[in-house]
Design a protein around this ligand. Structure first.
Ligand code: FIX
Ligand code: ZN
Length: 444
């Protein structure tokens, strides 16, 4: 191998690989900062969804992560808080978490990062300037600006076919912004079947609580109709920490006889987000969800029994992460993704990403934002990019010590895989887009 000196006095090998720590660091930072992200799981909505599309300072501060933190530092009770109007709630959160104390938590730092990026005063004692700023924004320009700042090219939504507001919009046939992709969410069907039945009946499907053959075929028809309408990239569900399969429950029956066959028939992946313990403190409403350690063997079993179905899987408990990596080494139809919710903190993203790099190379999806408010893309991706860059840099430095320098092209190839390529390939997004643009013609 020949080593040549490059402009700034550092060295590259003949393959363009950085042999100098500073140079390697620069290559990694630049590649990771420049690579556009396909955000594989969010709760954002395209502008066509109207009131569901959230952005601005009041929405940012009314985030359930911050509401949970408020009750640790304020004497206000949940009952009192829910009686306030939204502006009063936001003012209280700002005063308590940002004025009266230092905003050190991940969620509070996130708000500061967004405000600072947008040039807003992060030490303000009231939100007047911020509210005026957002009031003056044109929604479509602002969307463009946020996507560019966060370097996000594509957003996957979470779409519930049994949500009345959403259903109305989908059924209107309005053209959805092409940067937003659907993911068909199965939570009501798989986690609350008795609640789903009357809603599906109201949409014209002949289903009943006690699952019989007709209910199975009608639920498949329901999903097929919604797949045709939404064109989702995958079907998805969040599951409790005690999720088990197989078992004698409506969930397991519907999974086996409806969801898995539908995935097969429509060539769609199934996303499993496992480990949430809903309403641990119901008074906190959405801020009252917790987590528990789940059984990764259940996923291994699903992957083994359904080798022809692709699974996207994330666990909420830190304790499940190593087992998930081991399971992914055994099953190539299993794609680990993201550092979900309580794991979306610098120290834990760092640990999980390093563990995944060590055990899976680049064959995983390191992060999703789970953003509920558009502006959150700015900080969630900025924070994650930095941690992932550190983890990747250390891996390349280790490889260099072992005797191989990585080239700039290889770093860019890895960044592309991690931030968009692995997911796009998994769900066939690029081929879908080519087909839709007429670039690919199907031949027999
Ligand atoms: O189930 C989910 O998709 C979770 O991400 C949400 O329910 C949760 O409230 C959240 O926003 C986590 O980030
Ligand atoms: Zn989510």
């Amino acid at each position: 191998m020949t080593i040549k000196q490059i402009d700034d006095g550092t060295y590259e090998d003949s393959d363009g690989g950085a042999r100098d720590a500073r140079e390697l660091r620069r290559h990694v930072d630049e590649a990771l900062a420049a690579t556009f992200v396909t955000d594989v799981h969010t709760h954002l909505y395209a502008p066509q969804f109207g009131e569901l599309n959230l952005w601005g300072i009041d929405e940012l501060l009314n985030y359930h992560y911050l509401i949970a933190e408020l009750f640790r530092s304020s004497s206000v009770t949940p009952e009192e808080f829910w009686h306030l109007n939204k502006t009063e709630q936001t003012d209280l959160i700002w005063r308590t978490l940002f004025v009266e104390q230092t905003p050190l938590s991940e969620a509070t730092r996130g708000v500061i990062a967004v405000m600072s990026t947008l040039g807003l005063n992060t030490r303000t004692t009231d939100l007047r300037e911020a509210r005026e700023f957002f009031h003056a924004q044109r929604a479509d320009d602002y969307l463009e600006r946020v996507l560019n700042l966060a370097r996000v090219s594509d957003i996957v939504m979470t779409n519930d076919p049994l949500d009345e507001i959403e259903a109305r919009i989908w059924k209107s046939g309005v053209e959805i912004d092409a940067r937003f992709h659907a993911a068909l969410r199965l939570d009501r069907i798989l986690n609350n079947w008795t609640d789903a039945v009357p809603k599906m009946s109201a949409q014209g499907y002949q289903v009943q609580v006690e699952i019989d053959e007709r209910t199975i075929s009608e639920t498949r028809r329901f999903l097929a109709d919604w797949i045709a309408r939404m064109k989702p990239l995958y079907l998805g569900v969040s599951l409790p920490d005690d999720f088990s399969y197989p078992e004698e429950t409506s969930r397991a029956r519907l999974l086996r006889d409806v969801v898995l066959p539908v995935c097969r028939e429509h060539n769609l992946s199934l996303s499993l987000m496992i480990g949430v313990r809903r309403r641990v403190n119901p008074a906190l409403r959405m801020a009252g969800d917790g987590l528990g350690r789940a059984d990764v063997n259940v996923v291994a079993h699903l992957c083994a029994e359904n080798a022809d179905v692709r699974f996207l899987v994330t666990f909420l408990s830190r304790e499940n992460q190593h087992e998930l990596c081991v399971a992914a080494r055994k099953f190539s139809n299993l794609m680990p993704f993201g550092c979900w919710w309580f794991l979306n903190n610098t120290s834990i993203i760092s640990e999980i990403t390093r563990e995944r790099l060590e055990m899976l190379g680049t064959s995983f999806i390191p992060q999703h934002s789970d953003a509920r408010v558009l502006d959150q893309l700015i900080y969630k991706w900025e924070h994650s990019r930095l941690v992932i860059a550190d983890a990747l840099y250390d891996s390349y430095a280790g490889l260099l010590r072992d005797g191989r320098a990585v080239s700039r092209r290889e770093i860019e190839r890895d960044a592309t895989k991690l931030f968009n390529g692995n997911f796009r390939r998994w769900v066939g997004l690029d081929s879908i887009e080519k087909i839709e643009s007429g670039a690919v013609v199907h031949t027999a």
